[in-house]
Design a protein around this ligand. Structure first.
Ligand code: ZN
Ligand code: ZN
Length: 201
């Protein structure tokens, strides 16, 4: 078969389109995982259970989760994701209002909103998860029990990202969260881990 200049060009174009699509998928996965980590880090490091509204609805359940890791498995899927979906919906609506909304943004926030469900699966046994989830956890597209297990060790200050197995090792390596906390402490924002109401959790 003779490959003409035109065929060569269309092959390169197709390969570029596929490569760009894959790059976009990778960026979306990493961004969603990072969002899950950023929110979780803020809850763990700065959350105060006595705050009005979010203290009771977000910070307190998070402390309870550190204390009783499998207790939230008794909740429904909706219980686990409703606040994230509502927040994502508000962000998308505000972005759309200012003409800033993109499909990629919507997919990223949708994926990030599912983080607590993926998190729940990292607390289930293999038998509870089934073969498909086990396989996803094995390849790291869903966070494994082992990867998330490192977070459940006092003082709960590593592996905040809860979607995949890929981002935590990179952030741990460059001490991302420690550097961020140090930078914030320089402008007077101190972490709240030692708050008596957190009881070490
Ligand atoms: Zn935590
Ligand atoms: Zn957990």
């Amino acid at each position: 078969m003779v490959i003409t200049q035109k065929n060569k060009l269309s092959m390169i174009t197709s390969l570029t389109i596929v490569a760009l699509f894959l790059l976009k998928v990778v960026i979306i996965i990493f961004s969603a995982d990072f969002i899950s980590g950023l929110v979780h880090w803020w809850e763990d490091a700065y959350g105060n259970p006595n705050w009005k509204f979010i203290g009771k609805s977000i910070v307190h359940p998070n402390i309870e989760h550190h204390r009783y890791p499998r207790k939230f498995l008794q909740n429904t899927f909706l219980d686990r994701v409703k606040i994230s979906f509502l927040t994502g919906l508000i962000i998308c609506s505000v972005s759309a209002f200012f003409n800033l909304f993109t499909l990629e943004m919507g997919i990223t926030l949708f994926y990030a909103a599912l983080a607590n469900q993926v998190h729940a699966m990292a607390h289930r046994t293999d038998k509870e998860n089934g073969k498909m989830i086990m396989w996803m956890q094995k390849i790291g597209l869903m966070q494994s029990r082992k990867m998330h297990g490192y977070h459940h060790q006092s003082p709960y200050n590593v592996n905040y990202c809860i979607l995949t197995n890929y981002l935590n090792p990179i952030l741990n390596l460059c001490k991302f969260w420690n550097v961020l906390e140090l930078a914030l402490s320089q402008i007077g924002i101190k972490h709240n881990r030692n708050h008596p109401d957190r009881n070490g959790y």
